[in-house]
Design a protein around this ligand. Structure first.
Ligand code: TYD
Ligand code: MG
Length: 451
């Protein structure tokens, strides 16, 4: 018996499905996140006739990869894993005004030279897009603009135009008439994404979708949207600063570790050629509590300034705060510094901040964080030209990290003269770059004494 067209409720935070509405999601505990979802009209007797379909032996599957299309923005190509894949569906999401539309219009300037681009906007008028294109210097390229929110009209235009690249800004404005819920609701977003996916895959056209985020920073709509598309990029950045970070959280065609860095200027987004230099700009000198870390973001070493502030506490419970660094990791490092090295933090409030909006997830950031904290506790600045990386174990030992040679090379390129690194990593580096001292350290205590 065919199931009835039923309504179910989906949590917009975790994607859990429940048969009945409730104020709190039973799966993740979030309040007011359950939204109505109508089941898609089932195709009549889809499974009635089965034609014999054979699976392919794995040895017979060709792996010759179609050449990727370059967007002309190296930072974006890097995040995509080396360019756009034909038929790939990419979701770009981020806060309002972060620059999603700007980025997509800018890549049209390069793509439009050799390919026909269809830009569908449900948010802006043709005049607005034209004005922005003029400002960004997008002219004389094969770019057609459609301002429309009805999914059927958009698909009809796609079939008629037969573009080589398809851009939809944004998925939340699109709606299908046969679905009664409002544009931007879970059902609409899911069904529109599926319609776009079908059309794009059938025509083998690379497609970019813009997705809005809700106030918690997750992509508005259910998690299912992230499951449908091939690649999910998040555009992040501080409102106050002009720097923007493009982060990949899912990529069926490449690594998810890569990040791209941009700066918003009057003429659109500019790629940041030298991210480490940008992250270190404005670094204070001769001040206690700052240390430069070297972390790997994907295949690229990045330098970032870690700041620590240790002040006597006015409360019974000392405060601990971490921005750009894991809070629990900070608690662990403080415990190691107390127990293994004899630095007492229990009467001090402790703050850690990573400058430039980076989040240091890598354990290699442990050593610079510890050094910044010790430096602030003692109120003695660390030497100029110092950089450190290494993971700290619970016994206070410094453990080796990956890609030590690449980190040393990046630090030397930016003019650092003294590098503290795990002793086990030092053995594998044949000779230090000219003018650079490498100090291998095996414990935190040892590291501070070597300065
Ligand atoms: P936009 O791409 O419209 O953001 P989104 O599509 O993510 O909502 O970006 C708009 C912001 O970017 C707006 O605050 C103005 C700024 N901007 C510039 O600073 N320079 C430019 O050349 C452009 C086009 C926009
Ligand atoms: Mg926009």
């Amino acid at each position: 018996m065919a199931p009835k067209n039923k309504t179910s409720y989906v949590c917009s935070a975790c994607g859990a499905v429940a048969p009945r509405w409730s104020g709190q999601c039973a799966a993740c505990g979030e309040w007011n996140t359950m939204e109505e979802m109508l089941a898609a009209p089932a195709a009549a007797s889809a499974c009635a006739v089965r034609s014999p379909v054979r699976a392919a032996p794995i040895d017979d599957i060709s792996t010759a990869e179609a050449p990727r299309i370059l967007t002309g923005m190296r930072e974006l190509d890097r995040v995509l894993g080396g360019g756009i894949v034909r038929g790939g569906l990419t979701l770009i999401s981020g806060d309002p005004g972060i620059g999603k539309s700007t980025l997509l219009l800018q890549i049209c300037a390069q793509l439009g030279k050799s390919a026909r681009v269809l830009y569908v906007s449900g948010e802006e008028s043709r005049q607005q897009i034209k004005l922005r294109a003029d400002r960004l210097g997008v002219a004389g390229v094969q770019l057609s603009v459609l301002c429309e929110t009805d999914m059927d009209t958009v698909l009809a235009c796609f079939d008629a135009e037969k573009p080589d690249v398809w851009i939809i800004d944004s998925i939340q404005t699109m709606h299908r008439d046969d679905i009664s819920s409002a544009p931007g609701s879970i059902t609409q977003v899911r069904e529109c994404t599926t319609s776009i996916l079908r059309a794009a895959k059938a025509a083998n056209v690379p497609t970019f979708l813009v997705g809005h985020v809700n106030k918690d920073g997750a992509i508005a709509g259910p998690k299912v949207m992230e499951h449908i598309v091939d690649c999910v990029l998040y555009f992040e950045g501080d409102r106050q600063s002009s720097y923007r970070l493009l982060r990949c959280v899912k990529n069926r065609y490449g690594s998810t570790n890569e990040i791209g860095l941009f700066e918003m200027s009057e003429t659109g987004l500019q790629e940041v050629e030298n991210p480490s230099l940008m992250l270190l700009s404005g670094r204070p000198t001769g001040v206690s509590g700052t240390c430069v870390a070297c972390v790997m973001e994907g295949t690229r070493p990045l330098l970032a300034e870690v700041q620590g502030l240790v002040t006597p506490t006015g409360f019974g419970n000392p405060r601990r705060m971490a921005t750009g660094f894991d809070y629990n990791r900070l608690a662990l490092l403080l415990a190691v510094l107390e127990k293994r090295c004899g630095y007492l933090f229990s009467n001090f409030d402790t703050y850690v901040n990573v400058v430039g909006g980076l989040f240091l997830q890598e354990p290699a950031a442990d050593l610079p964080v510890a050094l910044a904290l010790i430096s602030s506790l003692k109120d003695i600045p660390l030497p100029e030209g110092l950089i450190a990386f290494g993971e700290i174990g619970l016994a206070g030992e410094i453990r080796s990290v990956s890609n030590a040679a690449a980190r040393v090379a990046e630090a030397a390129r930016l003019g650092f003269t003294h590098i503290l690194l795990p002793a086990s990593n030092l053995k594998k580096i044949p000779s230090p770059p000219p003018g650079v001292t490498l100090s291998g350290v095996s414990s935190v205590r040892d590291a501070y004494q070597k300065l």
